[in-house]
Design a protein around this ligand. Structure first.
Ligand code: HMG
Ligand code: MG
Length: 308
């Protein structure tokens, strides 16, 4: 499992609500409210948190306050890894200028989604990563990577899983410590997930692989269970299920962190996260966004299925 933060838990969660969640909001959330949500997330025991994106503010105005938020958030509390999306050299320069210890590069398997998302072909995007990952590593910054639209593309439909895994291997060879495979539009099913994860495990060590599953069609937890059975232990999630992708029409948020923690802890797996505090963080997210959010456990409340 990646990053410097302690890995005593069975499962390592990577929290994306502040980035993947808020990038899709219609309005712009105040920087102070983002910091309030960050504090609530840190209080839960989550160790790996994606803070924002150093992308073009014209493309994603919701995250235009990246430097401002980073200044409030850094230095990160002890044991916490904070990260941010970086698409190019300008983004890396911005991330380095605030002293971030980790970044995440991202691209899609499908050409159309990649073009809509970062205005480049997949090949050109890989060249850009070849230009920015080595200097990031040389500066002592850890690099994570996302491969999006692995389960399906909103523009091209079915996607070749072999091509997705080839890209993941190249990102690993470039020095990315972990590759998060994305069901960007939440179309996957457990059988497909088993196929994708088996292909990934045939060429990459398990700790290099994470799953980033949007819950658009309600199959994210079932897909995570399929991946757990194959040994995957790294999952992305967003408190209260907030989010989507501005360049993936109809995309819903990631699997809700509290729903995932509820399931995992109920199965006897340690996440290192306090579920009651996670419920409170989900409530903070709802208050900040001013509407009910899709996560279930922050509404229904925890229930101990195992004697404590
Ligand atoms: P472009 O327009 O082709 O960029 O956008 P450019 O290089 O031609 O530059 C144009 C202008 O933008 C220039 O300014 C640059 O300086 C500026 P001007 O000279 O016109 O004043 N610029 C920047 N400014 C600030 N920060 C930067 C930056 N780069 C250029 N980093 C670009 C290309 C990649 C920048 C743009 O397409 C972009 O920002 N895209 C990001 C879109 C995005 O964030 N999408 C959502 C995240 S991906 C996702 O959600 C999927 C994921 O969750 C996984 C999953 O679900 O599967 C990760
Ligand atoms: Mg996403």
């Amino acid at each position: 499992m990646g990053g410097d933060a302690q890995r005593s838990a069975d499962i390592s969660l990577y929290e994306v609500s502040l980035r993947d969640g808020l990038q899709n909001e219609k309005g712009v959330i105040a920087t102070a409210d983002k910091k309030r949500l960050l504090d609530a997330l840190v209080a839960t025991g989550l160790k790996r948190i994606e803070l924002t994106s150093f992308v073009s503010p014209k493309w994603v105005p919701q995250l235009a306050d990246a430097e401002e938020l980073a200044k409030l958030a850094l230095p990160a509390p002890p044991g916490i890894d904070l990260s941010a999306l970086v698409p190019n050299a300008k983004g890396l320069e911005r991330a380095l200028s605030v002293g971030l210890g980790e970044i995440a590069v991202f691209l899609s398997v499908s050409e159309t989604h990649n073009m809509k998302n970062v205005n480049k072909s997949v090949g050109r995007t890989m060249e850009v990563f070849g230009e920015i990952v080595p200097p990031a590593l040389a500066a002592g910054v850890r690099v994570r990577a996302y491969v999006s639209t692995v389960w399906g593309c909103p523009y091209e439909g079915a996607v070749d899983a072999g091509r997705a895994i080839d890209i993941a291997v190249r990102l690993s060879e470039l020095g990315c410590y972990q590759i998060s495979l994305g069901d960007t539009i939440g179309v996957g099913n457990p059988q497909q997930t088993r196929d994708i994860v088996k292909r990934a495990l045939a060429v990459l060590p398990v700790e290099r692989i994470a799953l980033h599953l949007h819950d658009t069609r309600g199959t994210a937890l079932a897909n995570i269970l399929a991946a757990l059975d194959l040994g995957v232990r790294d999952f992305d999630s967003a408190v209260a299920g907030v989010g989507g992708c501005p360049y993936a029409p109809g995309a819903a948020g990631n699997v809700a962190t509290e729903d995932l923690v509820y399931m995992l802890e109920g199965m006897g797996m340690k996440t290192g996260v306090d579920l009651d505090r996670l419920v409170e963080a989900g409530n903070v997210a709802e208050r900040i966004l001013g509407r009910p959010l899709p996560g279930k456990v922050h509404k229904a409340g925890p229930f101990r299925t195992r004697p404590s």
